[in-house]
Write a protein that binds this ligand. Structure first.
Ligand code: PEP
Length: 242
């Protein structure tokens, strides 16, 4: 819940000339900004994503948006199960699964967020928690659909706190999550699923994180609000492609 339409236009004027063919970059913005961002990003490969959607097609769900409503304004990507939605808006593993199934059935690219709380990490429960979240999210998703999903590993204790998981911790969890996907499907599917790390990623640490073999991208909050930082993230985040 940041920014304004005017601010977004200024941001995009700075960012668009700095996109790279090597790095898939995009923004997930509040609903009111989707159509404007889509317009600003036209003729580019910039990804425009929603931060949420409802799992039902239509009905009495005041304040919600459906997959078709996103598609209506040209959106093809959606974040599902961000920890703030789980914490403040009763998002559960079950609703994440319903949303994932809906997004895939509508050909929206889903970015599914998983991650443990500080309390869970202190009890060494991070793998158990992520396994539960991933297994439930992918229930009834077949392997051809599963490979289109992006998973964002976002330890809750690292989001917006300035505390980043060490690149090795992030890698260990990304590798573990890939093994969970391999157990549900197969190795080939697990290799195709893209796994991002999120949690206080910034220009000063993105390079180290992106060098990790199982980390395919970053989901960035605070550091994506400023155009200069965003441009640096794209530049340094391209380390894998060099
Ligand atoms: C987020 O909001 O998902 C996030 C990772 O935020 P930050 O980068 O600020 O920790």
């Amino acid at each position: 819940m940041n920014g304004s339409l005017d601010g977004l236009k200024v941001f995009m004027k700075e960012v668009l000339p700095n996109l790279s063919d090597n790095v898939e970059a995009g923004l997930a913005v509040p609903y009111t900004m989707l159509a404007t961002l889509k317009e600003e990003a036209k003729n580019s490969n910039f990804v425009v994503s929603s931060q949420n959607m409802h799992y039902d097609d239509k009905g009495a769900f005041t304040g919600e948006l459906s997959a078709d409503m996103l598609i209506d304004v040209g959106i093809n990507t959606v974040i599902i199960g961000h920890s703030e939605r789980r914490t403040y808006y009763n998002e559960t593993d079950e609703t994440v699964n319903l949303k994932l199934l809906k997004a895939l059935s509508k050909s929206l690219m889903p970015i599914v967020c998983v991650g443990e709380t500080l309390e869970e990490r202190e009890k060494s429960l991070e793998k158990e928690v992520c396994k539960r979240q991933v297994s439930k999210a992918f229930e009834n998703v077949d392997s051809l659909e599963a490979e289109k999903v992006v998973i964002a590993y976002e330890p809750i204790w690292a989001i917006g706190t300035g505390k980043t998981a060490s690149s090795q911790d992030a890698e260990d969890m990304a590798k573990y999550i890939r093994s969970v996907i391999a157990d549900i499907y197969d190795k080939d599917t697990a290799e195709k699923v893209r796994i991002q790390y999120g949690g206080s990623v910034k220009p000063s640490n993105v390079e180290e994180i992106m060098k990790m073999p199982n980390i395919d991208g970053a989901l960035v909050g605070g550091a994506s609000l400023k155009a200069d930082d965003f441009i640096e993230l794209i530049r340094k985040g391209g380390v894998k492609c060099q």
